[in-house]
Design a protein around this ligand. Structure first.
Ligand SMILES: Cc1cc2nc3c(=O)[nH]c(=O)nc-3n(C[C@H](O)[C@H](O)[C@H](O)COP(=O)(O)OP(=O)(O)OC[C@H]3O[C@@H](n4cnc5c(N)ncnc54)[C@H](O)[C@@H]3O)c2cc1C
Length: 544
Protein backbone atom coordinates (compact mmCIF):
# COMPACT_ATOMS: atom_id res chain seq x y z
CA UNK A 1 0.00 0.00 0.00
CA UNK A 2 1.28 3.43 -0.94
CA UNK A 3 1.87 5.86 1.95
CA UNK A 4 2.14 9.65 1.77
CA UNK A 5 1.44 12.54 4.12
CA UNK A 6 -1.33 14.26 2.19
CA UNK A 7 -3.58 13.08 -0.65
CA UNK A 8 -5.31 15.69 -2.80
CA UNK A 9 -8.18 14.74 -5.12
CA UNK A 10 -8.78 17.11 -8.06
CA UNK A 11 -6.51 19.41 -10.07
CA UNK A 12 -8.58 22.59 -10.32
CA UNK A 13 -7.40 25.71 -8.54
CA UNK A 14 -8.40 24.40 -5.10
CA UNK A 15 -6.57 21.09 -5.49
CA UNK A 16 -3.41 22.46 -7.10
CA UNK A 17 -3.00 25.18 -4.48
CA UNK A 18 -3.72 22.68 -1.68
CA UNK A 19 -1.11 20.26 -3.03
CA UNK A 20 1.57 22.97 -3.33
CA UNK A 21 0.82 24.42 0.10
CA UNK A 22 1.00 20.97 1.69
CA UNK A 23 4.26 20.19 -0.09
CA UNK A 24 5.85 23.49 0.94
CA UNK A 25 4.80 22.86 4.54
CA UNK A 26 6.92 19.71 4.45
CA UNK A 27 4.44 17.03 3.34
CA UNK A 28 4.90 14.23 0.82
CA UNK A 29 1.93 14.79 -1.48
CA UNK A 30 0.01 12.61 -3.91
CA UNK A 31 -2.28 14.47 -6.32
CA UNK A 32 -4.94 12.55 -8.23
CA UNK A 33 -7.15 13.67 -11.10
CA UNK A 34 -10.13 11.71 -12.40
CA UNK A 35 -10.04 13.18 -15.93
CA UNK A 36 -7.35 12.49 -18.52
CA UNK A 37 -6.42 16.17 -18.58
CA UNK A 38 -5.76 18.42 -15.62
CA UNK A 39 -7.19 21.76 -14.57
CA UNK A 40 -10.88 21.02 -14.02
CA UNK A 41 -13.31 23.85 -14.63
CA UNK A 42 -10.51 26.20 -13.58
CA UNK A 43 -8.65 25.58 -16.87
CA UNK A 44 -11.83 26.40 -18.76
CA UNK A 45 -12.43 29.54 -16.74
CA UNK A 46 -11.54 33.20 -16.94
CA UNK A 47 -9.14 32.72 -14.03
CA UNK A 48 -10.33 35.87 -12.26
CA UNK A 49 -10.18 35.70 -8.44
CA UNK A 50 -12.32 37.88 -6.13
CA UNK A 51 -10.14 38.58 -3.13
CA UNK A 52 -11.28 41.50 -0.98
CA UNK A 53 -8.64 43.55 0.82
CA UNK A 54 -5.92 42.40 -1.57
CA UNK A 55 -2.50 44.08 -1.66
CA UNK A 56 -2.75 44.93 -5.39
CA UNK A 57 -5.72 47.23 -4.78
CA UNK A 58 -3.94 48.87 -1.87
CA UNK A 59 -0.90 49.49 -4.10
CA UNK A 60 -3.16 51.08 -6.72
CA UNK A 61 -4.63 53.40 -4.10
CA UNK A 62 -8.07 51.77 -4.01
CA UNK A 63 -9.48 51.77 -0.50
CA UNK A 64 -10.66 48.49 1.02
CA UNK A 65 -10.69 47.14 4.55
CA UNK A 66 -11.49 43.96 6.46
CA UNK A 67 -14.54 45.75 7.91
CA UNK A 68 -15.82 46.79 4.47
CA UNK A 69 -15.40 43.30 3.06
CA UNK A 70 -17.21 41.64 5.98
CA UNK A 71 -19.92 44.31 5.97
CA UNK A 72 -20.50 43.62 2.28
CA UNK A 73 -20.79 39.86 2.70
CA UNK A 74 -22.96 40.24 5.81
CA UNK A 75 -25.34 42.56 3.97
CA UNK A 76 -25.95 39.86 1.35
CA UNK A 77 -25.91 36.82 3.62
CA UNK A 78 -29.62 35.97 4.12
CA UNK A 79 -28.42 33.81 7.00
CA UNK A 80 -26.37 31.54 4.75
CA UNK A 81 -22.88 32.89 5.44
CA UNK A 82 -21.05 31.89 8.60
CA UNK A 83 -19.10 34.82 10.03
CA UNK A 84 -16.19 32.52 10.74
CA UNK A 85 -15.74 31.42 7.12
CA UNK A 86 -16.29 34.94 5.80
CA UNK A 87 -13.48 36.10 8.10
CA UNK A 88 -11.28 33.21 6.99
CA UNK A 89 -11.81 34.26 3.38
CA UNK A 90 -10.97 37.91 3.97
CA UNK A 91 -8.05 37.13 6.30
CA UNK A 92 -6.74 34.52 3.86
CA UNK A 93 -6.50 36.84 0.88
CA UNK A 94 -3.12 38.46 1.52
CA UNK A 95 -1.33 35.25 2.63
CA UNK A 96 -2.41 33.21 -0.40
CA UNK A 97 -1.44 35.95 -2.86
CA UNK A 98 1.91 36.41 -1.15
CA UNK A 99 2.51 32.66 -1.17
CA UNK A 100 1.64 32.22 -4.84
CA UNK A 101 3.62 35.25 -5.98
CA UNK A 102 6.76 34.36 -4.03
CA UNK A 103 6.75 30.55 -4.24
CA UNK A 104 5.21 29.81 -7.66
CA UNK A 105 5.53 31.35 -11.14
CA UNK A 106 2.06 32.96 -10.79
CA UNK A 107 1.86 36.74 -10.70
CA UNK A 108 -1.37 38.69 -10.41
CA UNK A 109 -2.70 41.85 -12.00
CA UNK A 110 -5.52 44.08 -10.81
CA UNK A 111 -8.85 44.38 -12.63
CA UNK A 112 -11.20 47.26 -12.03
CA UNK A 113 -14.50 45.41 -12.25
CA UNK A 114 -17.28 46.76 -10.00
CA UNK A 115 -18.45 44.42 -7.25
CA UNK A 116 -21.60 42.59 -8.33
CA UNK A 117 -23.69 44.30 -5.63
CA UNK A 118 -21.58 47.44 -5.56
CA UNK A 119 -24.23 49.64 -3.89
CA UNK A 120 -24.51 47.38 -0.83
CA UNK A 121 -22.69 48.50 2.34
CA UNK A 122 -18.98 47.84 1.88
CA UNK A 123 -19.40 47.28 -1.89
CA UNK A 124 -16.83 48.69 -4.32
CA UNK A 125 -18.32 50.40 -7.42
CA UNK A 126 -14.80 51.09 -8.75
CA UNK A 127 -13.67 47.51 -8.30
CA UNK A 128 -10.32 46.48 -6.83
CA UNK A 129 -11.29 43.09 -5.42
CA UNK A 130 -10.90 41.16 -8.67
CA UNK A 131 -7.44 40.06 -9.77
CA UNK A 132 -6.19 37.66 -12.43
CA UNK A 133 -2.99 35.72 -13.01
CA UNK A 134 -0.69 37.13 -15.67
CA UNK A 135 0.47 34.59 -18.26
CA UNK A 136 2.36 31.29 -18.27
CA UNK A 137 4.57 30.01 -21.09
CA UNK A 138 3.45 26.47 -21.86
CA UNK A 139 6.58 25.75 -23.92
CA UNK A 140 8.28 25.28 -20.53
CA UNK A 141 5.86 22.51 -19.54
CA UNK A 142 7.22 19.87 -21.94
CA UNK A 143 4.95 16.83 -22.37
CA UNK A 144 2.50 18.30 -19.88
CA UNK A 145 1.42 21.23 -22.11
CA UNK A 146 -1.17 19.26 -24.12
CA UNK A 147 -2.47 17.62 -20.95
CA UNK A 148 -4.04 20.80 -19.60
CA UNK A 149 -7.75 21.20 -20.36
CA UNK A 150 -8.86 23.73 -22.97
CA UNK A 151 -10.12 27.17 -21.99
CA UNK A 152 -13.24 29.18 -22.70
CA UNK A 153 -11.15 31.43 -24.96
CA UNK A 154 -8.82 28.77 -26.36
CA UNK A 155 -7.54 29.21 -29.90
CA UNK A 156 -9.50 26.56 -31.87
CA UNK A 157 -6.31 25.19 -33.45
CA UNK A 158 -3.61 25.40 -30.76
CA UNK A 159 -5.83 25.34 -27.65
CA UNK A 160 -3.83 28.22 -26.18
CA UNK A 161 -5.46 31.26 -24.55
CA UNK A 162 -3.42 34.23 -25.74
CA UNK A 163 -5.33 37.11 -24.15
CA UNK A 164 -5.83 37.94 -20.50
CA UNK A 165 -8.88 39.73 -19.14
CA UNK A 166 -6.70 42.86 -18.85
CA UNK A 167 -6.18 42.69 -22.64
CA UNK A 168 -9.95 42.62 -23.18
CA UNK A 169 -12.37 45.56 -23.08
CA UNK A 170 -13.58 44.41 -19.64
CA UNK A 171 -10.04 44.85 -18.39
CA UNK A 172 -9.51 48.19 -20.11
CA UNK A 173 -7.75 46.75 -23.19
CA UNK A 174 -8.90 46.75 -26.79
CA UNK A 175 -9.39 43.01 -27.14
CA UNK A 176 -6.49 42.87 -29.63
CA UNK A 177 -2.74 42.72 -29.23
CA UNK A 178 -0.25 43.85 -31.86
CA UNK A 179 1.03 41.29 -34.37
CA UNK A 180 4.54 41.09 -32.94
CA UNK A 181 3.29 40.42 -29.41
CA UNK A 182 0.75 37.88 -30.69
CA UNK A 183 3.53 36.10 -32.60
CA UNK A 184 5.62 35.99 -29.40
CA UNK A 185 2.72 34.57 -27.43
CA UNK A 186 2.10 31.96 -30.12
CA UNK A 187 5.79 31.02 -30.27
CA UNK A 188 6.06 30.40 -26.54
CA UNK A 189 2.55 29.01 -26.16
CA UNK A 190 1.73 31.75 -23.70
CA UNK A 191 -1.55 31.23 -21.87
CA UNK A 192 -3.58 33.55 -19.71
CA UNK A 193 -6.84 33.22 -17.73
CA UNK A 194 -7.73 29.95 -16.01
CA UNK A 195 -5.58 27.87 -18.35
CA UNK A 196 -2.56 30.03 -17.62
CA UNK A 197 -3.27 29.75 -13.91
CA UNK A 198 -3.27 25.94 -14.05
CA UNK A 199 -0.09 26.02 -16.17
CA UNK A 200 1.66 28.17 -13.56
CA UNK A 201 0.55 25.92 -10.71
CA UNK A 202 1.58 22.80 -12.61
CA UNK A 203 4.99 24.33 -13.32
CA UNK A 204 5.41 24.84 -9.57
CA UNK A 205 4.54 21.17 -8.95
CA UNK A 206 7.03 19.99 -11.59
CA UNK A 207 9.78 22.19 -10.14
CA UNK A 208 9.20 20.49 -6.79
CA UNK A 209 9.40 17.05 -8.33
CA UNK A 210 5.83 15.87 -8.07
CA UNK A 211 3.17 15.63 -10.71
CA UNK A 212 -0.55 14.88 -10.87
CA UNK A 213 -1.67 11.36 -11.68
CA UNK A 214 -4.44 11.56 -14.30
CA UNK A 215 -7.24 9.09 -15.02
CA UNK A 216 -7.20 8.39 -11.26
CA UNK A 217 -10.50 8.67 -9.45
CA UNK A 218 -10.87 8.79 -5.68
CA UNK A 219 -13.79 6.50 -4.84
CA UNK A 220 -13.88 5.88 -1.11
CA UNK A 221 -12.28 7.21 2.04
CA UNK A 222 -10.43 4.80 4.29
CA UNK A 223 -11.25 5.27 7.96
CA UNK A 224 -9.94 4.06 11.26
CA UNK A 225 -11.90 4.78 14.45
CA UNK A 226 -13.78 7.63 12.82
CA UNK A 227 -10.60 9.22 11.41
CA UNK A 228 -9.88 9.45 7.70
CA UNK A 229 -6.57 7.71 7.05
CA UNK A 230 -6.49 7.37 3.28
CA UNK A 231 -8.44 6.87 0.11
CA UNK A 232 -9.18 4.24 -2.49
CA UNK A 233 -8.11 5.24 -6.01
CA UNK A 234 -9.48 3.64 -9.16
CA UNK A 235 -7.15 3.84 -12.16
CA UNK A 236 -7.27 1.93 -15.44
CA UNK A 237 -9.65 -0.64 -13.94
CA UNK A 238 -7.43 -1.26 -10.89
CA UNK A 239 -7.98 -0.21 -7.29
CA UNK A 240 -5.13 1.12 -5.17
CA UNK A 241 -5.30 2.08 -1.51
CA UNK A 242 -3.29 5.13 -0.52
CA UNK A 243 -2.60 5.96 3.13
CA UNK A 244 -2.37 9.64 4.08
CA UNK A 245 -0.94 10.41 7.53
CA UNK A 246 -2.00 14.06 7.50
CA UNK A 247 -5.23 13.75 5.63
CA UNK A 248 -7.20 13.63 2.40
CA UNK A 249 -8.18 16.91 0.76
CA UNK A 250 -11.30 16.78 -1.37
CA UNK A 251 -11.02 19.29 -4.22
CA UNK A 252 -13.27 17.42 -6.61
CA UNK A 253 -15.47 20.34 -7.73
CA UNK A 254 -19.25 20.42 -7.57
CA UNK A 255 -22.02 17.89 -8.22
CA UNK A 256 -23.67 19.69 -11.15
CA UNK A 257 -23.13 16.82 -13.59
CA UNK A 258 -24.92 14.33 -11.33
CA UNK A 259 -28.57 14.76 -12.31
CA UNK A 260 -29.95 13.01 -9.26
CA UNK A 261 -27.95 15.10 -6.80
CA UNK A 262 -28.72 18.30 -8.72
CA UNK A 263 -32.48 17.64 -8.73
CA UNK A 264 -32.55 16.63 -5.10
CA UNK A 265 -30.48 19.43 -3.67
CA UNK A 266 -30.54 22.56 -5.85
CA UNK A 267 -33.13 25.21 -5.03
CA UNK A 268 -34.49 25.47 -8.59
CA UNK A 269 -34.07 24.31 -12.17
CA UNK A 270 -30.55 23.86 -13.54
CA UNK A 271 -30.89 22.79 -17.14
CA UNK A 272 -27.32 22.34 -18.38
CA UNK A 273 -24.02 22.90 -16.54
CA UNK A 274 -21.27 25.00 -18.14
CA UNK A 275 -18.47 23.23 -16.23
CA UNK A 276 -16.44 20.11 -17.04
CA UNK A 277 -18.38 16.83 -16.99
CA UNK A 278 -16.18 14.96 -14.50
CA UNK A 279 -17.63 17.06 -11.68
CA UNK A 280 -20.22 14.49 -10.66
CA UNK A 281 -20.24 14.92 -6.89
CA UNK A 282 -17.74 12.16 -6.01
CA UNK A 283 -16.26 14.21 -3.18
CA UNK A 284 -19.68 15.02 -1.80
CA UNK A 285 -20.64 11.35 -1.71
CA UNK A 286 -17.35 10.34 -0.08
CA UNK A 287 -17.88 12.97 2.61
CA UNK A 288 -21.51 11.93 3.14
CA UNK A 289 -20.45 8.31 3.67
CA UNK A 290 -18.23 9.30 6.61
CA UNK A 291 -20.90 11.44 8.26
CA UNK A 292 -20.02 14.96 7.10
CA UNK A 293 -22.39 17.79 7.92
CA UNK A 294 -23.64 19.37 4.69
CA UNK A 295 -24.22 23.05 4.02
CA UNK A 296 -25.24 25.46 1.27
CA UNK A 297 -26.60 22.51 -0.72
CA UNK A 298 -29.26 24.53 -2.55
CA UNK A 299 -26.71 26.95 -3.99
CA UNK A 300 -24.67 27.12 -7.16
CA UNK A 301 -22.75 29.73 -9.10
CA UNK A 302 -25.71 30.37 -11.38
CA UNK A 303 -25.37 31.56 -14.96
CA UNK A 304 -27.74 32.15 -17.91
CA UNK A 305 -26.38 30.30 -20.94
CA UNK A 306 -27.35 29.27 -24.47
CA UNK A 307 -26.81 25.95 -26.25
CA UNK A 308 -24.64 26.29 -29.34
CA UNK A 309 -25.97 23.66 -31.77
CA UNK A 310 -23.45 21.09 -32.91
CA UNK A 311 -20.61 22.41 -30.74
CA UNK A 312 -19.10 20.18 -28.07
CA UNK A 313 -16.92 21.03 -25.11
CA UNK A 314 -15.13 18.30 -23.14
CA UNK A 315 -17.28 15.84 -25.10
CA UNK A 316 -20.59 17.41 -24.05
CA UNK A 317 -22.98 19.95 -25.60
CA UNK A 318 -21.37 23.38 -25.24
CA UNK A 319 -23.31 26.16 -23.60
CA UNK A 320 -22.17 29.74 -24.12
CA UNK A 321 -22.24 31.99 -21.06
CA UNK A 322 -24.60 34.91 -21.75
CA UNK A 323 -22.88 37.79 -19.99
CA UNK A 324 -22.19 40.71 -22.31
CA UNK A 325 -25.20 40.07 -24.57
CA UNK A 326 -27.70 40.63 -21.71
CA UNK A 327 -26.16 43.97 -20.82
CA UNK A 328 -25.81 45.49 -24.29
CA UNK A 329 -28.26 48.26 -25.21
CA UNK A 330 -30.93 46.91 -27.53
CA UNK A 331 -31.44 43.54 -25.84
CA UNK A 332 -34.09 42.39 -23.38
CA UNK A 333 -35.10 39.05 -21.93
CA UNK A 334 -38.71 37.83 -22.02
CA UNK A 335 -40.65 34.83 -20.77
CA UNK A 336 -43.25 32.88 -22.74
CA UNK A 337 -45.82 35.61 -22.04
CA UNK A 338 -43.51 37.95 -23.92
CA UNK A 339 -42.88 39.92 -20.73
CA UNK A 340 -39.65 41.14 -19.19
CA UNK A 341 -39.14 39.74 -15.70
CA UNK A 342 -35.74 40.96 -14.45
CA UNK A 343 -33.00 43.55 -14.79
CA UNK A 344 -31.24 41.71 -17.62
CA UNK A 345 -27.88 43.38 -16.94
CA UNK A 346 -27.65 42.33 -13.33
CA UNK A 347 -24.99 39.81 -12.36
CA UNK A 348 -25.42 36.28 -13.69
CA UNK A 349 -25.59 34.61 -10.30
CA UNK A 350 -28.40 36.81 -8.96
CA UNK A 351 -30.48 36.53 -12.14
CA UNK A 352 -31.20 32.90 -11.27
CA UNK A 353 -33.47 34.20 -8.51
CA UNK A 354 -35.87 35.17 -11.32
CA UNK A 355 -35.43 31.80 -13.07
CA UNK A 356 -36.33 30.06 -9.85
CA UNK A 357 -39.46 32.07 -9.17
CA UNK A 358 -42.36 29.63 -8.94
CA UNK A 359 -45.66 31.09 -10.14
CA UNK A 360 -47.94 29.92 -7.31
CA UNK A 361 -51.24 29.85 -9.24
CA UNK A 362 -49.80 28.10 -12.29
CA UNK A 363 -47.40 26.05 -10.13
CA UNK A 364 -44.86 26.62 -12.84
CA UNK A 365 -41.49 28.26 -13.33
CA UNK A 366 -42.94 31.12 -15.36
CA UNK A 367 -39.60 32.57 -16.43
CA UNK A 368 -38.25 29.38 -17.93
CA UNK A 369 -37.84 28.97 -20.79
CA UNK A 370 -36.89 32.53 -21.63
CA UNK A 371 -35.41 34.29 -24.63
CA UNK A 372 -33.04 37.15 -25.24
CA UNK A 373 -34.60 39.45 -27.85
CA UNK A 374 -32.58 41.91 -29.95
CA UNK A 375 -32.67 43.76 -33.23
CA UNK A 376 -30.41 44.06 -36.27
CA UNK A 377 -28.93 47.35 -35.17
CA UNK A 378 -27.70 45.79 -31.93
CA UNK A 379 -26.24 42.80 -33.79
CA UNK A 380 -24.53 45.06 -36.35
CA UNK A 381 -23.02 47.47 -33.80
CA UNK A 382 -21.86 45.02 -31.19
CA UNK A 383 -21.82 41.53 -32.68
CA UNK A 384 -23.37 38.65 -30.77
CA UNK A 385 -21.55 35.70 -29.17
CA UNK A 386 -18.92 34.71 -31.76
CA UNK A 387 -20.48 36.83 -34.54
CA UNK A 388 -18.19 39.84 -35.00
CA UNK A 389 -19.32 43.45 -35.40
CA UNK A 390 -21.04 43.75 -38.79
CA UNK A 391 -21.11 39.94 -39.19
CA UNK A 392 -24.03 37.79 -40.30
CA UNK A 393 -26.10 36.06 -37.65
CA UNK A 394 -26.13 32.25 -38.03
CA UNK A 395 -29.29 30.47 -39.24
CA UNK A 396 -29.80 28.73 -35.90
CA UNK A 397 -30.65 32.03 -34.19
CA UNK A 398 -34.38 32.48 -34.99
CA UNK A 399 -35.18 35.75 -36.75
CA UNK A 400 -38.24 37.38 -38.35
CA UNK A 401 -39.18 40.65 -40.06
CA UNK A 402 -41.70 41.56 -37.32
CA UNK A 403 -41.93 41.00 -33.60
CA UNK A 404 -45.24 39.15 -34.04
CA UNK A 405 -43.68 36.75 -36.54
CA UNK A 406 -40.69 36.23 -34.23
CA UNK A 407 -43.03 35.49 -31.33
CA UNK A 408 -44.93 32.93 -33.42
CA UNK A 409 -41.65 31.27 -34.41
CA UNK A 410 -40.45 30.77 -30.83
CA UNK A 411 -43.85 30.12 -29.21
CA UNK A 412 -44.12 33.36 -27.24
CA UNK A 413 -47.29 35.46 -26.82
CA UNK A 414 -47.14 37.93 -29.73
CA UNK A 415 -49.23 40.73 -28.21
CA UNK A 416 -47.21 40.44 -25.02
CA UNK A 417 -43.90 40.75 -26.88
CA UNK A 418 -45.06 43.72 -28.96
CA UNK A 419 -46.30 45.56 -25.87
CA UNK A 420 -43.10 44.78 -23.96
CA UNK A 421 -40.83 46.06 -26.73
CA UNK A 422 -42.96 49.21 -27.16
CA UNK A 423 -42.65 49.91 -23.43
CA UNK A 424 -38.92 49.15 -23.43
CA UNK A 425 -38.46 51.65 -26.28
CA UNK A 426 -40.07 54.38 -24.16
CA UNK A 427 -37.54 53.52 -21.43
CA UNK A 428 -34.78 53.73 -24.04
CA UNK A 429 -35.97 57.21 -25.00
CA UNK A 430 -35.72 58.45 -21.40
CA UNK A 431 -32.66 56.35 -20.50
CA UNK A 432 -34.36 54.93 -17.42
CA UNK A 433 -35.85 51.53 -16.62
CA UNK A 434 -38.55 52.16 -14.01
CA UNK A 435 -39.71 48.51 -14.26
CA UNK A 436 -36.54 46.69 -13.19
CA UNK A 437 -33.94 49.39 -12.54
CA UNK A 438 -31.55 48.28 -15.27
CA UNK A 439 -28.56 50.61 -15.31
CA UNK A 440 -28.97 51.69 -11.68
CA UNK A 441 -26.06 49.57 -10.41
CA UNK A 442 -22.43 50.36 -11.25
CA UNK A 443 -22.15 46.77 -12.48
CA UNK A 444 -25.04 46.83 -14.99
CA UNK A 445 -23.51 48.87 -17.79
CA UNK A 446 -19.99 47.57 -17.23
CA UNK A 447 -20.66 44.59 -19.51
CA UNK A 448 -22.63 46.68 -21.98
CA UNK A 449 -21.27 49.36 -24.29
CA UNK A 450 -18.10 50.19 -22.36
CA UNK A 451 -17.51 53.30 -24.52
CA UNK A 452 -20.63 54.85 -22.92
CA UNK A 453 -20.02 53.56 -19.40
CA UNK A 454 -21.01 54.64 -16.74
CA UNK A 455 -23.94 56.41 -18.47
CA UNK A 456 -27.13 54.38 -18.36
CA UNK A 457 -27.26 54.15 -22.14
CA UNK A 458 -24.31 51.77 -21.87
CA UNK A 459 -27.04 49.20 -21.18
CA UNK A 460 -30.35 50.81 -22.19
CA UNK A 461 -31.13 51.20 -25.91
CA UNK A 462 -34.06 50.71 -28.28
CA UNK A 463 -35.14 47.57 -30.18
CA UNK A 464 -36.57 48.89 -33.42
CA UNK A 465 -34.77 47.67 -36.52
CA UNK A 466 -35.94 44.54 -38.37
CA UNK A 467 -35.14 41.75 -38.64
CA UNK A 468 -35.57 40.85 -34.98
CA UNK A 469 -33.76 37.97 -33.27
CA UNK A 470 -34.40 35.64 -30.34
CA UNK A 471 -32.17 33.13 -28.59
CA UNK A 472 -33.42 30.73 -25.95
CA UNK A 473 -31.54 30.83 -22.65
CA UNK A 474 -31.03 28.10 -20.09
CA UNK A 475 -30.60 28.20 -16.35
CA UNK A 476 -27.01 26.99 -16.14
CA UNK A 477 -24.25 26.94 -13.57
CA UNK A 478 -20.47 27.34 -13.41
CA UNK A 479 -20.56 24.77 -10.63
CA UNK A 480 -22.45 23.93 -7.47
CA UNK A 481 -21.22 25.21 -4.10
CA UNK A 482 -22.83 23.03 -1.51
CA UNK A 483 -21.08 20.21 0.27
CA UNK A 484 -19.34 19.25 3.48
CA UNK A 485 -19.14 22.09 6.00
CA UNK A 486 -15.66 22.98 7.12
CA UNK A 487 -13.93 25.15 9.68
CA UNK A 488 -11.47 27.92 8.75
CA UNK A 489 -8.71 25.37 8.05
CA UNK A 490 -10.86 23.54 5.53
CA UNK A 491 -11.25 20.63 8.02
CA UNK A 492 -14.58 18.86 7.44
CA UNK A 493 -17.12 18.82 10.29
CA UNK A 494 -19.39 15.93 11.20
CA UNK A 495 -23.15 16.17 11.75
CA UNK A 496 -22.52 17.29 15.34
CA UNK A 497 -20.05 19.99 14.34
CA UNK A 498 -16.90 18.12 15.39
CA UNK A 499 -13.90 17.88 13.08
CA UNK A 500 -13.62 14.60 11.14
CA UNK A 501 -9.91 14.11 11.70
CA UNK A 502 -7.99 13.74 8.46
CA UNK A 503 -10.65 15.05 6.06
CA UNK A 504 -10.50 18.43 4.31
CA UNK A 505 -12.47 20.12 1.54
CA UNK A 506 -11.77 23.15 -0.65
CA UNK A 507 -13.32 24.79 -3.71
CA UNK A 508 -16.73 23.94 -5.08
CA UNK A 509 -16.92 20.63 -3.22
CA UNK A 510 -17.13 22.42 0.15
CA UNK A 511 -20.08 24.30 1.64
CA UNK A 512 -19.25 27.64 0.04
CA UNK A 513 -18.12 30.36 2.43
CA UNK A 514 -20.12 33.02 0.59
CA UNK A 515 -23.57 31.38 0.78
CA UNK A 516 -25.77 32.58 -2.08
CA UNK A 517 -23.42 35.42 -2.92
CA UNK A 518 -21.19 35.98 -5.94
CA UNK A 519 -19.24 38.91 -4.52
CA UNK A 520 -17.69 40.10 -7.74
CA UNK A 521 -15.76 38.83 -10.76
CA UNK A 522 -13.75 35.85 -9.55
CA UNK A 523 -16.18 35.10 -6.72
CA UNK A 524 -15.62 31.34 -7.01
CA UNK A 525 -11.85 31.06 -7.56
CA UNK A 526 -10.97 33.52 -4.79
CA UNK A 527 -12.43 31.34 -2.02
CA UNK A 528 -11.18 28.17 -3.78
CA UNK A 529 -7.53 29.21 -3.53
CA UNK A 530 -7.84 30.58 0.01
CA UNK A 531 -9.39 27.39 1.39
CA UNK A 532 -7.11 25.18 -0.75
CA UNK A 533 -4.14 26.98 0.81
CA UNK A 534 -5.53 26.66 4.35
CA UNK A 535 -6.39 22.97 3.92
CA UNK A 536 -3.01 22.10 2.40
CA UNK A 537 -1.05 23.73 5.20
CA UNK A 538 -3.23 22.29 7.93
CA UNK A 539 -3.13 18.74 6.58
CA UNK A 540 0.65 18.98 6.30
CA UNK A 541 0.92 20.21 9.89
CA UNK A 542 -1.25 17.32 11.01
CA UNK A 543 1.11 14.86 9.33
CA UNK A 544 4.00 16.37 11.28
C1 LIG B 1 -16.52 29.23 -18.87
C2 LIG B 1 -16.30 29.47 -17.39
C3 LIG B 1 -15.64 30.62 -16.97
C4 LIG B 1 -15.43 30.83 -15.59
N1 LIG B 1 -14.72 31.94 -15.20
C5 LIG B 1 -14.50 32.13 -13.87
C6 LIG B 1 -13.69 33.22 -13.42
O1 LIG B 1 -13.11 33.98 -14.20
N2 LIG B 1 -13.56 33.39 -12.06
C7 LIG B 1 -14.14 32.55 -11.16
O2 LIG B 1 -14.01 32.78 -9.96
N3 LIG B 1 -14.84 31.47 -11.57
C8 LIG B 1 -15.01 31.23 -12.89
N4 LIG B 1 -15.70 30.12 -13.29
C9 LIG B 1 -16.07 29.11 -12.27
C10 LIG B 1 -14.79 28.36 -11.83
O3 LIG B 1 -14.12 27.89 -12.96
C11 LIG B 1 -15.08 27.18 -10.88
O4 LIG B 1 -15.98 27.57 -9.90
C12 LIG B 1 -13.75 26.75 -10.23
O5 LIG B 1 -12.84 26.41 -11.25
C13 LIG B 1 -13.92 25.59 -9.28
O6 LIG B 1 -12.63 25.19 -8.86
P1 LIG B 1 -12.44 23.79 -8.11
O7 LIG B 1 -10.97 23.64 -7.91
O8 LIG B 1 -13.33 23.72 -6.95
O9 LIG B 1 -13.01 22.73 -9.16
P2 LIG B 1 -12.54 22.32 -10.65
O10 LIG B 1 -11.63 23.36 -11.24
O11 LIG B 1 -13.74 22.00 -11.40
O12 LIG B 1 -11.67 21.03 -10.38
C14 LIG B 1 -12.23 19.86 -9.85
C15 LIG B 1 -11.43 18.69 -10.38
O13 LIG B 1 -11.69 17.52 -9.63
C16 LIG B 1 -11.70 16.41 -10.50
N5 LIG B 1 -12.40 15.31 -9.86
C17 LIG B 1 -13.75 15.13 -9.74
N6 LIG B 1 -14.00 14.00 -9.07
C18 LIG B 1 -12.81 13.44 -8.76
C19 LIG B 1 -12.43 12.26 -8.09
N7 LIG B 1 -13.33 11.40 -7.60
N8 LIG B 1 -11.09 11.97 -7.95
C20 LIG B 1 -10.15 12.82 -8.47
N9 LIG B 1 -10.47 13.95 -9.13
C21 LIG B 1 -11.78 14.27 -9.27
C22 LIG B 1 -12.39 16.96 -11.72
O14 LIG B 1 -12.14 16.13 -12.85
C23 LIG B 1 -11.76 18.34 -11.82
O15 LIG B 1 -10.58 18.31 -12.60
C24 LIG B 1 -15.90 29.88 -14.65
C25 LIG B 1 -16.55 28.74 -15.09
C26 LIG B 1 -16.76 28.52 -16.44
C27 LIG B 1 -17.45 27.26 -16.88
Amino acid sequence: MKEVDVVVLGTGAAGMVAALAAHDAGARVALYEKADVIGGTTALSGGVCWLPCNPLAAKAGLHDSREDALLYLRSLSHGLISEDLAEALVDGTAPVIEYLETRTPLRFQLLRIPDYHAERPGGKPLGGRSIEPTTTAFDELGDWAPRIGIGQFSDPVTGDVYLTTLDSPRGGGSGRIDDEELARRRRHKINGRGRGMIGGLLKACLERGFEPVTGARGTELLTDNGKVVGVRIERAGRIEEVRARGGVILATGGFEWNKELAVNFLRGPMQHPASIPTNTGDGLKMAMRVGAQLGNMREAWWMPAAKIPGVKQYGEQKVALILRERALPGTIMVNRRGQRFVNEATNYNAIAGAFHHLDPSQFDYGNLPCWIIFDSQMARYYGFLDVPIGGTMPDWVPSAPTLAALAAKIGVDAAGLEATVARWNTHAATGNDPDFGRGNSAYDGFNGDITRYPAKNSTIGPIHEAPYYALQLESSTLGTKGGPRTNRDGAVLDVDGRVIAGLYAAGNVMAGPTGMVYGGAGGTLGPAIVFGFNAGRHAAARAR
